[in-house]
Design a protein around this ligand. Structure first.
Ligand code: PGA
Length: 251
């Protein structure tokens, strides 16, 4: 198991895409990835129906596919759910767990997110554990308590080996899709806090990505911070030029 901190940029398409446009976008990202330093790992998390398409188009290349959620169950009578083993069958590498849109619109608790992370790991996938505070929580100076509790819930159920294989994404809820990114100082402060939590668990090498209105214009400044290992990119991941510029900024 490598204990080097890896630079990563992962796209989160959310509920966007159509077969035709996906093909163009993925091919453009694949082609442009040649100009991204080899040390930067690139991923795209697509809606479930497009996993097969992404898996096939990206097979053998340096851009990894991923999903945006996973069931907390292994298999069985869970209508509408998608198991980690199913996602893995399509060659996916990543699974987002605990994205704030899942926590907010689907009532996902940190305990559920922890089980999802376990399921992903058991299937050989890399869970990207998303944490983040709302504006009200930030204003109440509860940011560290909120993100600390969210991360601890996951770390508490993982063995040291499992914890070594996760990725963490800090995404302040107030910065997601708002065009209002955290400043690099605000982000670095939270990343340093999360890093200390990971170090305490002996997995200080785990990548901690920043997400929330990352664009080509602010990526280099954010990614230049000591404890920011790359980004989780929503809106800008739907435009190949923007996404690739952000990938290049992660070197
Ligand atoms: P955004 O989304 O880049 O559009 O702000 C980030 C995310 O939700 O992962």
């Amino acid at each position: 198991m490598s204990t080097e901190r890896v630079k990563r940029v992962v796209g989160n398409w959310k509920m966007h895409g159509r077969l035709d446009g996906n093909r163009t976008l993925l091919n453009e990202v694949l082609a442009g990835a040649k100009d991204v330093p080899a040390a930067v790992e690139i991923g795209v998390c697509v809606p479930f129906p497009y996993l097969a398409q992404a898996g096939e188009l990206l097979a053998g290349g340096r851009v990894a596919a991923g999903s945006q959620d996973v069931s907390a169950h292994e298999q069985g009578a869970y209508t509408g759910e998608v198991a980690a083993a199913m996602i893995a069958e399509f060659g996916a590498k990543y699974v987002l767990v605990g994205h704030s849109e899942r926590r907010t619109y689907h009532g996902e608790s940190s305990d559920l997110v922890a089980v999802k992370a376990q399921r992903a790991l058991a299937a050989g996938l890399t869970p990207i554990v998303c944490v983040g505070e709302t504006l009200a929580e930030r204003e109440a100076e509860a940011t560290e308590q909120v993100v600390g509790t969210q991360l601890d819930a996951v770390l508490a159920v993982l063995s040291a080996d499992e914890a070594a294989r996760i990725v963490v994404a800090y995404e302040p809820v107030w910065a997601i899709g708002t065009g209002k990114s955290a400043t690099s100082e605000q982000a670095q402060q939270v990343h340093a806090f999360l890093r200390a939590r990971l170090v305490a668990k002996d997995v200080g090498h785990v990548s901690v990505l920043y997400g929330g209105s990352v664009k080509p214009e602010n990526a280099a400044e954010l990614f230049g911070q000591m404890d920011i290992d790359g980004g989780l990119i929503g809106g800008a991941s739907l435009k190949s030029n923007d996404f690739l510029a952000i990938c290049r900024a992660a070197q």
